[in-house]
Design a protein around this ligand. Structure first.
Ligand SMILES: Cc1ncc(C[n+]2csc(CCOP(=O)(O)OP(=O)(O)O)c2C)c(N)n1
Ligand SMILES: [Mg+2]
Length: 619
């Protein structure tokens, strides 16, 4: 036993009992002990010893390849969201390691655990400037690149440290506010060995959930029970803690409107009469009305980011005060960050909601808690929003709009299908127009909005849930950021269905340029050839070239049948939809305020911008 204080191993794999293991083998065995089914990696000289250790262990952990390390992290991210089990990603040194940064940033901002193991120079070579070492400011300096985008960075200098590092990496990743961890593993450490008993994961981590303070919970119950215009604001923390059921129970008990953030989308059945869609700059009229006029908001697992809060312009999304805020979060840092609280509760979303529910049940025994007038107003506002969406759907354009495509996709796929988006108009319109019925089926990068995320994340979701339909919908720009991962899906045999809406440009941004700066201010957002003509690769043909089932449609009525054929193919399948690209039907209108600074030379717009900006209140 080399490490005092480690729990003796209780291991189903007897070979691992007090065995001589290399660093690479310690990693592989610990991942197996943690029940990690896949390690995603691109080998290079910086991780040869680690990659080799997976040989002979294929029945217990599979190595999958991806085409860019960033995508490996995205795959793990999508897998976690669909299954709540982490995967590991391993890379070589230098560029391979740095390629994980965007994946790590996405997972960090969206609080998803991913173990990122990056190879690094031999400990005795540090600072010599070996191939792919970053060493001009400090020897073997890579890990600082990832510091801001991981929950913790862990560096191993000797193989003896590795069992403890692996154990702690999982603990950090999987407790509290979850997030990615980087383990830096030098090449020599991967290959040297020790006699080791691996720590048993079961005895090594905190168990259970963090309860909220009973005094604060009682205060919250009293406030919420008395509310006349009660709103529950749902962030990503509800899905993270699998608190969807408790959320629904609390909402129904009180008769509260449920509004979600982008990260919270899909945590509440969106055909439920208490659902009030979304607030914020990309929100909905019903959500904005509910959150800006609430007397009490119970916010669970959300950060009050600028998009949710209409850049903190009072009365736009929120009016806190006078609205009283009950803010529940696993991360105390979020409480009081952007708005003052009437009750701030640090705790896990599920246990806190269950405790609030118990308190509300007591109150409900004394008197009715719901306000029928408020609920009638909610129904009216919901009907108004539905009419707005129907109007968008009725657009009479030659090519289908993204709104129409979303509707056709919703109609064609299963109720419990996973629907994956990353950024652009598809994500913004998904938020406003696409209802999710089964909790957990909305998979989107809510906080980081990373283009190129959806395809690899969908591959991860399909690995996690092979029995369910997994559909990703992306723009042409988004697609071209990670289209090479079509090879990954072909090799892994994951029949994801990818809908690419082709509008020959970064149109979400072009629309924003027009909204904020003026109709003539589009720049660098159309894809064109030197003669000014619209440019697009033949996207369906690229999918066919990767060995995918591929179809191209340019009519609304062609979308449903194409999707059905895609599912029937049993293969990874792409449906390219050529969509309408003229503003404003290229997207859908933003209904809330967002602080997009306007250049002073656009005098009139600048004046309007400043007037609105001056109303913002940063707390
Ligand atoms: C990696 C990354 N770079 C830049 C952006 C900024 N951005 C947000 S949406 C968007 C354009 C999206 O274009 P596309 O995927 O074609 O979708 P569209 O809006 O055209 O439907 C850009 C550039 C981003 N979110 N992520
Ligand atoms: Mg586009």
């Amino acid at each position: 036993m080399h490490h005092r204080g480690l729990t003796p191993i209780v291991h189903s794999n007897r070979e691992a009992w007090q065995m001589r293991l290399t660093g690479g083998e310690i990693v592989a065995e610990y991942l197996i002990a943690q029940g990690v089914p896949y390690a995603l990696g691109i080998p290079g000289h910086g991780c040869l010893g680690l990659a080799d250790a997976f040989i002979g262990r294929e029945s217990r952990i599979k190595v999958l390849q991806m085409m860019q390390e960033m995508s490996g992290v995205h795959i793990a991210d999508g897998y976690y969201r669909a299954r709540k089990r982490p995967l590991a990603v391993f890379t070589s040194i230098g560029p391979g390691a740095i390629n994980t940064a965007i994946g790590a940033g996405t997972a960090f901002v969206d609080s998803t655990p991913v173990l990122i193991i990056t190879g690094s120079p031999h400990t005795h070579m540090r600072g010599k400037g070996l191939l792919q070492e970053i060493e001009r400011a400090r020897d073997d300096d890579f890990e600082r690149v990832l510091h801001p985008v991981v929950k913790r960075a862990m560096r191993v200098d000797r193989v003896e440290q590795l069992p403890s590092v692996m154990k702690r990496a999982f603990n950090v990743m999987m407790s509290g506010r979850r997030g990615p961890v980087n383990v830096v593993l030098p090449m020599d450490v991967q290959c040297s060995s020790i006699d080791v008993k691996l720590p048993n994961p079961e005895g090594a981590a905190p168990s259970g959930r963090v309860k909220g303070d009973p005094v604060a919970i009682e205060r919250a119950v009293q406030l919420f029970a008395k509310a006349k215009r009660p709103v529950i604001l749902v962030g990503g923390g509800v899905a993270a803690s699998r608190a969807e059921e408790a959320l629904r129970e609390v909402a129904e008990l009180k008769g509260a409107a449920v509004v979600t953030t982008m990260a919270g989308k899909g945590s509440f059945p969106e055909d439920h009469p208490l659902f009030a869609w979304h607030t914020g700059s990309k929100g909905t009229s019903v959500g904005l009305r509910m959150t800006s006029s609430a007397d009490v908001i119970l916010a669970v697992g959300c950060r009050f980011a600028d998009e949710t809060s209409c850049s903190y312009r009072p009365g736009a999304a929120f009016s806190i005060p006078p609205t009283k805020l009950i803010h529940v979060d696993i991360d105390h840092y979020e409480i009081g960050k952007n708005y003052p609280v009437a009750a701030g509760i640090e705790g896990d979303a599920l246990t806190v909601l269950e405790d609030i529910k118990a308190g509300l049940e007591e109150e409900a025994a004394k008197r009715p808690l719901a306000n029928d007038e408020f609920l009638a107003e909610l129904a009216r506002e919901n009907a108004k929003w539905a009419r707005h969406v129907e109007k968008l759907l009725a657009a009479d354009t030659k090519l289908p709009t993204i709104s129409q495509t979303l509707r056709e996709v919703r109609t064609a796929i299963d109720r419990d299908a996973y629907f994956v988006t990353s950024s652009g108009n598809t994500q913004a319109q998904m938020l406003q127009e696409f209802p999710f019925y089964v909790p957990g089926t909305c998979i989107t990068t809510g906080g980081f909005s990373t283009m190129g995320w959806a395809l690899p994340a969908a591959i991860g979701a399909k690995l996690a849930r092979p029995e369910r339909q997994v559909v990703a919908m992306v723009g042409d720009g988004d697609f071209m950021m990670t289209m090479q991962e079509m090879a990954t899906a072909a090799m892994a045999g994951t029949p994801v269905v990818l809908v690419v809406v082709n509008n020959q440009g970064w149109l979400a941004i072009k629309d924003l340029q027009m909204d904020a700066f003026g109709k003539k201010r589009g720049i660098a957002t159309d894809f064109t050839t030197p003669d000014g003509k619209a440019y697009s690769p033949d996207i369906a043909a690229t999918a066919a070239a990767f060995g995918w089932h591929a179809q191209k449609v340019a009519s609304r009525k062609g979308i449903g049948p194409a999707l059905r054929k895609a599912f029937a193919s049993g293969m990874p399948a792409l449906v390219e939809v050529t969509v309408h690209r003229e503003y404003p039907l290229s997207g859908s209108p933003a209904v809330g305020w967002w602080d997009v600074p306007v250049p002073t030379y656009l005098k009139e717009r600048r004046a309007r911008y400043e007037k609105a900006r001056d109303e913002e209140q940063l707390w």
